[in-house]
Design a protein around this ligand. Sequence first.
Ligand SMILES: [Zn+2]
Length: 315
Amino acid sequence: MHASLVTRARSVWKGPFFVHFPNLQESIRSGTPIKTMARACTIMPNMVNAKFLVHNGKDYLPVRVTEDMVGRKLGEFSHTRKSFSYRLTKNKYKMMANQVQGNNNSINCVIENNKNWAAEIQAKNPDFFVNLAKGQSPKLLWIGCSDSRMAVDVLTQTKPGDIFIHRNIANRIPSEDLNVLSVIEYAVKHLRVEHVVVAGHTSCGGVKAAMSNDSVGILDHWLRPIKDLYLANEEEINSLPEESRVDRLGELNVIQGVNTVSKLPVVHEAWKEGRELYVHGWMLQLHTGLLKDLDISVSGPKQVENIYKLSTSQH
Ligand SMILES: [Zn+2]
């Protein structure tokens, strides 16, 4: 996933230049090259496999587009005696300036939306924010993935103050991570939540990365335990159709998370006090928007051994 960002980075500083080739699909099918003088044309994903004859200032040279050329300029592959350089003309500079402005607008949109949201709630319930500022007593702690598609409040139709949330890449719960442990301790001991939900989701990029050999920088360290989990369950996971493997490993990761939470002293203390406290494992199905309950909820110390078995052998 990072490779594409790197290759696209070239076109970011040069500024994209889009050329529409009406006969592109036909040309890919038939293998007939498209003659063009558009050396500054940015290579788009739909141009992969197309053949071009690109003018280098003197002759038309053949260029066949491959995936790793996406984001670069056609002219970079149709060499002249002098090396091709892309000049930032006034117009292109203007275009880039507009793009920056556009980005600012989208941030302004967020602020604007927030103003509208606050005004709408204030109009319906003048005391809403006064009460919200007084404190919180959520009943649920949600430990989920940082993925932008896991919009917890939206997908659960809950209000501010309803859910205490911790999110990180691939919803990991390392038993030595001070961050997640502090969140759990605060939620269980002080906020006295009644439910802890460990929530993964389908097509998780973190889980996918853990299953691949590509390096993702510092994330390699963070995702290594998921790699270990994959190795421990390799036979089962690899017996599944390829498209189900990431999601199954995602489920196993959730099961392991539930297992970890269920063993924490702060959770056992709550049970010892006779408090009702459930630890659940859910998966958000991105293709339907629905939450799937993995049916591994733990509500007391007696179940802890069972859930441990579930994570290694029953699935
Ligand atoms: Zn994810």
